[in-house]
Design a protein around this ligand. Structure first.
Ligand code: FEO
Length: 402
């Protein structure tokens, strides 16, 4: 099946080349994305020069070359800007340069050079650029901004001064295949934002302080940003401010209204009884739950849980003891949460058959990462009436303290 390719002029001489990757199941071979993803490259043409910004996954390299050919001959590319070396954007580089006869200069941060050389075992002609440098290509002045850890240390953005376009690569992108190219339709934007949230949480949540730092850097430069043209998802021309503010809000961990994340692991349904009491109590007190259930019938997606964790007001975890430790799926989830999610208030429920370990282990891990443990409740076997009271009290306390 041929991939869907979108080639569209965004403003005069500046084109989006987007491929919709409907084959990928697991982004970075980790994150489940049934909603899929797009890779967006951009082409700037003018004054006898042509600049390609980023590229697509290696799988789609031939398709990218064809898409370029629809606008200019690949041999006429004079520059290829590699903002970020992760192969969802740079995988097509060897074939593009081959089709170009290795005539183009590769514009990249100095840290990108050894990465490109080692990933692709090639040494093209580099034009290494540094933060704040301005280069004039294709009749446009391009300001280079080094934005480390968005998503790797070499990552940079381009700001096209004349056209007021920010080309930020991973930043301000999201999962899914939006129905449109632009953010013009509010319904499309509302449909898309949950996939942005999931993308931020899973891919760059670990680097959230750098999201904040780099957004502050952009604001400090007082760039007049008319269009944000990221490497995944929608191009923002109606509300470029919206996506920048949304990224900042996610990185800072601002809650979405009253959302309480509840995740339960239960081998035989005993802990699930307790977690059902939790959900009932949260909703009785006016909270909205996003709940996930690991049991003998289902294993929810870690990507979805992490995506819901990032803008939750508080988190409730419920797990039984397993091999003198924590039920492993919740243990793994907490490992992800402490790395990728800004600290939130937490309530922990643990159960055991003969000796408990869950509340102690999880509290230690979460507290070390700055999470506030509002309450821990441990019980033996199935929750008793008294345990149910403690659980309800614990939920009330959590909502009061969050
Ligand atoms: Fe979309 Fe970090 O690559």
């Amino acid at each position: 099946m041929n991939p869907r390719i979108l080639s569209q002029e965004i403003v005069h001489g500046f084109y989006l080349l987007r491929v919709d990757d409907e084959r990928v199941n697991y982004f970075e071979a980790i994150w489940s994305i049934p909603e899929r993803v797009t890779y967006n490259a951009y082409l700037l043409v003018g004054d006898g020069e042509a600049v390609l910004f980023d590229g697509w996954k290696a799988l789609y390299a031939d398709d990218l070359i064809e898409a370029i050919r629809g606008i200019v001959s690949p041999r006429d590319l004079t520059h290829v800007v590699v903002h970020h070396v992760e192969p969802d954007h740079s995988g097509s580089l060897p074939k593009v340069l081959e089709a170009n006869g290795f005539r183009a200069g590769v514009v990249a941060h100095p840290m990108a050079k050894p990465m490109i050389e080692s990933f692709y075992k090639m040494s093209p002609r580099f034009r290494l650029v540094r933060d704040g440098e301005e280069i004039s290509i294709a009749g446009e002045k391009i300001k280079i901004l080094h934005t480390p850890w968005l998503h790797w240390p070499e990552t940079m953005m381009s700001y096209l001064v004349g056209r007021k376009i920010l080309v930020p690569c991973d930043a301000f992108g999201g999962y899914s295949i939006p129905r449109t190219v632009f953010d013009d339709d509010d319904a499309v934007v509302q449909e898309y934002l949950p996939s942005v949230r999931k993308y931020v949480a899973t891919v760059i949540g670990f680097y959230r302080q750098h999201i904040i730092r780099n957004i502050e850097k952009l604001q400090g430069l007082q760039l007049d940003i008319g269009i944000v043209a990221p490497a995944h998802g929608l191009v923002w021309r109606k509300s470029p401010r919206l996506i920048i503010d949304y990224y900042r809000s996610l990185a800072e961990g601002h809650p979405d209204d009253n959302k309480i994340l509840v995740v339960s692991g239960s081998m035989y349904g005993l802990m699930e009884k307790a977690a059902r009491i939790v959900v009932e109590e949260v909703e009785k007190l006016g909270g909205r739950t996003a709940s996930y259930w690991f049991n003998d019938l289902e294993q929810p997606s870690f990507s979805e849980i992490i995506g819901d964790a990032i803008d939750s007001r508080a988190i409730i975890l419920a797990a039984p003891t397993y091999e003198a430790g924590v039920y492993p799926l919740i243990d793994y989830l907490v490992d992800l949460i402490v790395k990728k999610i800004p600290p939130k208030p937490v309530l922990i429920l643990g159960s055991y058959g003969w000796a408990g370990a869950v509340t102690k282990r999880l509290s230690e891990k979460l507290a070390a990462a700055g999470f506030k443990i509002v309450e821990t409740i441990e019980f033996k076997g199935s929750p008793s009436e008294e345990d149910a009271h403690r659980i309800r009290d614990g939920v009330r306390e959590l909502l009061e303290q969050s």
